[in-house]
Design a protein around this ligand. Structure first.
Ligand code: HEC
Length: 131
């Protein structure tokens, strides 16, 4: 019985550790994508912007619904998973808007979508971190 409990506990812990690793990896992809988008705007390099957006989109897919988003929040913040999921949705729609504007060579408009992405990252971090 004790053994079963220990096994169950260690399985739970390793699932938790895996979620942590996945989150950390995804967040570093988010960060890398975002800096490439910023660099792309600063250096006037549309290809860099596009590459960065696609990195963000891939990483953001981790939060594809409320439950998936909840899983990656600290326990005491899980009741706010709706706000977190909304932030992820804002990143998706701002990314799509950014690419649309970019394809029309509307760079100022595209850069507003970039700011919207940054604000959405911050909205989720504010929940997670209690800012
Ligand atoms: C749905 C919620 C959510 C969204 C959206 C989100 N993050 Fe995060 N982010 C987290 C969580 C949870 C952590 C881990 C807890 C912490 O660092 O406070 C985190 C941590 C991070 C970290 C620190 C990672 C570390 O290893 O310390 C970076 C960098 C980061 N996020 C970048 C971004 C960027 C860039 C975006 C937007 C493109 C973004 N995040 C959007 C939830 C989110």
């Amino acid at each position: 019985m004790k053994m079963v409990k220990i096994l169950a506990l260690s399985a739970l812990l390793s699932v938790g550790a895996m979620a942590d690793e996945t989150l950390a990896l995804n967040m570093s992809q988010m960060e890398n994508g975002l800096s490439n988008v910023q660099k792309g705007f600063l250096y006037n390099a549309p290809a860099l912007i596009k590459g960065g957006v696609s990195e963000i989109q891939k990483a953001n897919a981790l939060f594809h619904n409320v439950d998936a988003s909840k899983k990656y929040l600290p326990k005491d913040k899980q009741h706010m998973s709706n706000i977190a999921f909304n932030a992820a949705k804002r990143i998706d729609s701002a990314s799509a808007d950014l690419l649309k504007a970019l394809n029309k060579k509307e760079y100022s408009k595209a850069s507003q979508s970039y700011s919207e992405i940054v604000n959405a990252c911050t909205a989720c971090h504010a929940v997670v971190r209690g800012w």
